[in-house]
Design a protein around this ligand. Structure first.
Ligand code: PXP
Length: 256
């Protein structure tokens, strides 16, 4: 059943559902199930505003064929997470996703650890951002919630930044968690001041999403690992419905 979308459109926080870890389970056995494209279709039905997929250089979860099928079969905007490499740039230009989120990538990491070093990698990133922007792909840079990094992203010409919420989610409840939240609040305000659209994501769960969703200058959250894990117990539709509800309530809408 489709979400009712009771929050008014201006205030509505978009939810990008990341389906990478459906592919992780599939690839663990080298089978052709569970199918991430089927997950994307369910996500669309249950209130996702977009589908996010990370085509990693080692293809550990999402494959080239998944990106091809997602582009062909899904009606929602596709947000392709990609490293700043020539191979990924060529794939992005070929598929023309709605958006491309440029992320740092290390082969040995379990997940995307930390944001892009936009300041140190300015020269390297510049042609990637330009080529993607010129191809009408909405570019976002996955960054730490640090105003100086946001200024660098703006200088590069990226219209969007996605704030890495990993440190916030990993911090123990209390002062440390609150300090991390304050960094996100300040960075989101700064993004708004300098004219960047602000997204956020990584590690968000039912327990951690509300304070981030309450930040009015954040336009979109991208959430995956928790939703797919929760789906084991309640089904993907229910797990997305509950996340959508929490996000809507945080924005002053939805059912409490
Ligand atoms: N945003 C970005 C840029 C990411 O790299 C990821 C993880 O692939 C996410 C959001 C979603 O993180 P999680 O799967 O922990 O919800």
């Amino acid at each position: 059943m489709k979400s009712s979308g009771t929050t008014n459109t201006k205030n509505r926080l978009r939810l990008g559902v990341n389906i990478d870890h459906v592919a992780t389970i599939r690839n663990a056995r080298g089978s052709n199930y569970p199918d991430p494209v089927r997950a994307a279709k369910i996500a669309a039905e249950y209130g996702a505003d977009g589908i996010t997929a990370h085509l990693r250089e080692d293809r550990r979860h999402i494959t080239d064929s998944d990106i091809h099928r997602l582009s062909d079969e899904i009606n929602l905007p596709l947000n392709l997470e990609m490293a700043a490499t020539n191979e990924m740039l060529e794939i992005a230009i070929r598929h023309k996703p709605h958006a491309a989120c440029v992320v740092p990538e290390k082969r040995e990491e379990r997940t995307t650890e930390g944001g892009l070093d936009v300041i140190g990698q300015m020269k390297h990133l510049e042609p990637f951002v330009k080529t993607l922007v010129d191809a009408n792909i909405r570019v976002s840079l996955f960054v730490e919630p640090d105003p100086a990094v946001l200024d660098a992203a703006k200088k590069l010409g990226a219209p969007v930044v996605e704030l890495h919420t990993g440190s916030y989610c990993d911090a123990p409840l209390g002062e440390k968690r609150n300090n991390e939240l304050q960094r996100i609040i300040k960075a989101a305000a700064h993004a708004d001041e300098i004219g960047l659209e602000c997204h956020a994501g990584h590690g968000l769960t039912f327990d951690s999403v509300t304070p981030v969703a309450e930040i009015k200058t954040i336009a979109e959250l991208n959430i995956g690992h928790f939703l797919v894990g929760e789906a084991i117990f309640v089904g993907l539709g229910s797990s997305i419905t509950e996340m959508r509800r929490l996000m809507d309530v945080a924005r002053g809408g939805g059912k409490k």
